[in-house]
Design a protein around this ligand. Structure first.
Ligand code: DGL
Length: 355
């Protein structure tokens, strides 16, 4: 009799533990890669929202400041860099992109959050959007106020980013940007204000969704290729082609253009006025640069809209490429990666209509 009772108890206990383990919500494994910025910044007083020091707080301190993270993910942190993002370089991007790909290839990593300064956050996000070789979520997050400030936005932004990175719904959406309870796609998001918490927007093409309470809600998806569907591979790259941007304005001259070319630029993004217009004083030098082998991409300083091919310049005749709807700073990234594969302008134009 006693033996049966013991056997029944052990069976019942085993069945309960099995049921519990099956139904217990397994938390996603999310790695936080910290690079610096305001989200890791500190100011002299609680009302210092400008004039603080970026990149002073380490990744573990960022994680410790949001204990709620342990309820939504199993989080590990890595301090990849500790810099203000205006100082981000191609070398930083190659290091970061390779680390992301190495981590995402591991079955025990479900998603990645990258904490980053907001100045160049949109650029790093787009670079990763073109070189990450996984469908797993990669979410860039920053803050417009340092953690020492009243109503600091970093902790809630970090919480939301980890939530998204662990979300099944974020898989296959491309690299994402999460600030202010909003979810943006890497290709079209941009910083629109120097200091206010609502700075990140996707002005006309639209953000992808929201974070509300314990969930990420997606309403849109990009139509352009990204991550596993791109043709770019940085695994064997240690340097990227030098591409520079010349900014268009009234009374513009070709001095900057010629200086960039003399310094070895392989490609130039011409951030023209309006629909990528080229000033009469600059056009001869731009045409000569193309004839000498520099790839020229016409973009616009305006910020929204399609850059029409053969609109403000005869691109077919001059052998220029147009940036489609990419901002000048993102056109630079696509041209840089494109020129790791080709200098053929027809192929490069195809890329601008694909990514
Ligand atoms: N120095 C700027 C940067 O690291 C601070 C801006 C910020 O991170 O919000 O991008």
């Amino acid at each position: 009799m006693q033996r049966n009772t013991a056997r029944n108890f052990i069976f019942t206990l085993f069945a309960f533990l099995l049921a519990f383990s099956v139904h217990a919500e397994k938390l996603p494994n999310v790695t936080i890669l910290a690079t610096g910025g305001t989200i890791a910044g500190s100011g002299a007083t609680s009302t210092t929202t400008v004039g603080y020091t970026a990149a002073t707080v380490g990744v573990q301190q960022l994680i410790n400041a949001v204990p709620e993270l342990s309820k939504i993910a199993s989080v590990t942190g890595e301090q990849v860099f500790q810099i203000a993002s205006e100082s981000m370089t191609n070398e930083h991007w190659l290091t970061l992109g390779k680390r992301v790909n190495t981590l995402l290839a591991q079955p025990n990593v479900d998603g990645i959050v990258i904490t980053h300064g907001t100045d160049t956050l949109e650029e790093t996000a787009y670079f990763l959007n073109l070189v990450v070789k996984s469908r797993k979520p990669v979410v860039l997050v920053g803050a417009m106020r340092p953690g020492t400030a009243l109503s600091a936005d970093g902790p809630i932004n970090l919480y939301n980013a980890v939530l998204i990175a662990g979300s099944q719904d974020a898989i296959g959406k491309g690299v994402l940007v999460a600030l202010g309870d909003q979810i943006h796609g890497a290709r079209d998001v941009t910083k629109t204000n120097t200091s206010t918490p609502d700075s990140f927007k996707t002005p006309e093409l639209g953000m992808l969704g929201y974070v509300q309470g314990p969930k990420a809600f997606f309403y849109h998806a990009t139509t352009r290729k990204h991550t596993v569907d791109t043709e770019f591979d940085i695994s064997n790259l240690s340097v990227l082609p030098q591409i520079d941007i010349v900014y268009g304005y009234a009374n513009m001259n070709p001095v900057a253009l010629n200086a960039f070319i003399a310094a070895g630029a392989k490609g130039i993004i011409h951030a023209g006025t309006g629909d990528g217009s080229v000033a009469a004083k600059v056009k001869p030098d731009l045409v000569a640069a193309r004839k000498n082998g520099t790839v020229i991409v016409r973009a616009s300083r305006v910020g929204n809209g399609i850059l029409a091919r053969n609109g403000e310049a005869n691109d077919d005749e001059l052998d220029f490429v147009v940036a489609d709807t990419l901002s000048p700073q993102k056109a630079r990234i696509l041209l840089m990666l494109g020129m790791t594969k080709t200098s053929n302008t027809k192929e490069l134009q195809r890329m601008f209509y694909t990514y």
